[in-house]
Design a protein around this ligand. Structure first.
Ligand SMILES: [Zn+2]
Length: 189
């Protein structure tokens, strides 16, 4: 009997945070205090007046613009998915993924982002996509005057255009903060 009671108590203790967090997700807003900072490896990009978007399963949950220090606040009404993707966009900046995080348990948190985003590599020193955490569909972006777009014709005869040529993603002639492109997620980082 005593063992049974202890087991029951442990079960309640384990289950209660899950119940509480599930409840909170549906009722409370998330408040994120964000800080956009220059990446020391490439400090040429500005941090003021940059639009920051946060997406959950490709739905824009909130957006705001950075102040003169690069600070911003985002208030998210509700979060359904497990991940939050943060994008920066603005004058001279194509939409760029700056972070992809697991949803936090706490309803308000602080985060520092960098522009360009911090590039992570795996043990084989290959660049890893911040969203899918894999390297096998990641291409370096090549900025040049004459982007080469290749044509692919499928068995059914449908024509698709690919910006990937000779193992590199063909960017515009205007250099952007994004250095890599993930073809799985179709995003630049
Ligand atoms: Zn990816």
């Amino acid at each position: 009997m005593r063992r049974f009671r202890n087991g029951y108590l442990i079960l309640i203790l384990l289950a209660s945070p899950l119940l509480l967090s599930g409840f909170r997700q549906n009722t409370s807003a998330y408040i994120i205090s964000g800080h956009l900072r220059k990446n020391p490896s490439d400090p040429s990009w500005y941090i003021e007046g940059v639009n920051i978007l946060v997406k959950d399963d490709n739905e824009v949950l909130a957006k705001n613009t950075t102040d003169s220090k690069g600070d911003f606040e985002l208030i998210l009404p509700s979060v359904k998915g497990k991940h939050l993707d943060f994008f920066a966009t603005g004058l001279g900046i194509d939409t760029l993924l700056i972070a992809s995080i697991e949803k936090s348990e706490s309803s308000s948190f602080e985060m520092t982002f960098y522009i360009p985003g911090v590039i992570k590599r795996n043990v084989l020193t290959r660049v890893v996509c911040p969203k899918c955490k894999r390297s096998n569909h990641v291409y370096e972006i090549w900025y040049g005057d004459a982007p080469v777009v290749t044509t692919r014709v499928s068995k059914s005869g449908a024509t698709t255009y690919s910006p990937i040529y000779k193992g590199k993603y063909q960017g515009s002639c205007i250099v952007q903060p994004a250095s890599y492109y993930c073809d799985r997620d179709k995003l630049k980082f």
